[in-house]
Design a protein around this ligand. Sequence first.
Ligand SMILES: O=c1ccn([C@@H]2O[C@H](COP(=O)(O)O)[C@@H](O)[C@H]2O)c(=O)[nH]1
Length: 281
Amino acid sequence: MTSSPSTTFGERFVSAVGARGPLCAGIDPHAALLRAWGLDDDVAGLERFALGATEALAPHVSVLKPQSAFYERFGSRGIAVLERVVATAREAGALVLLDVKRGDIGSTTEAYAEAYLDPASPLACDAITASPYLGFGSLEPMVESARRHGAGLFVLALTSNPEGPEFQHARTDDGALVADRVLDHLRRLNADAEPLGSFGAVVAANLADASGHDLDIGGPVLAPGFGAQGGTVEDLRRVFGSGVAAVTPSSSRELLRRGPDAAAMRDEALRLNDELAALRP
Ligand SMILES: O=c1ccn([C@@H]2O[C@H](COP(=O)(O)O)[C@@H](O)[C@H]2O)c(=O)[nH]1
């Protein structure tokens, strides 16, 4: 028999953002950034980069978001570095949201849930990103696992890339936009959760037009597209309005290019959190 978790992801998210501010620091070891830091694009370079950035940023941000792809490209040794990033960030008090965008038929989704949300797994995180492309219901094993383990799930709704609207603005059989249907499912999952549910949406900070979307899902919102992709603090105000209190805007390249100077990365994260504080009621 498993015991219930002592806190939900939604509760931990609210308290972490309250203590440290809303910024989510992305740890994306791009080959070009490794070179800019004077490192080789190999596993040793990956390790220096990813752990250097994590040690500099994790003690100061509420959420740290490693992008799995940049670790996976080095095979099992890259995943070993990712495991260390996750452990280091959690020890420093940051919530770890692994950007891994998983989603498959239910029976396989169950294995993904075990891999990333079960605390017994070497890669267990506080939350992951998930893709609803196989139908929102196919994510049920992740939803169930998140509930059981006090973890979180962030489902792609309105993404920051220009190709997103082709599918996300398509209509379902009842005439709703696909993205709005995803938001409706999340709202249902978060119903009655206080102060915030654990089922989040991914909604771009640089969304061209937010009108017509109900972005209040009663859960957290990850807002990529802030920084290197052009999204600004003003865009966050425009897109999320008074709902911005539930939003964690994420920045990867814009922060990481300040490295390898740890103080420069830390100071930029603190400066952004100060700027973001002005948005909150
Ligand atoms: O809609 C989305 C969903 C996820 N991402 C991810 O966020 C970061 C963005 O990196 P920047 O360097 O801050 O642009 C990256 O890991 C993406 O995979 C996104 O950009 N948009």
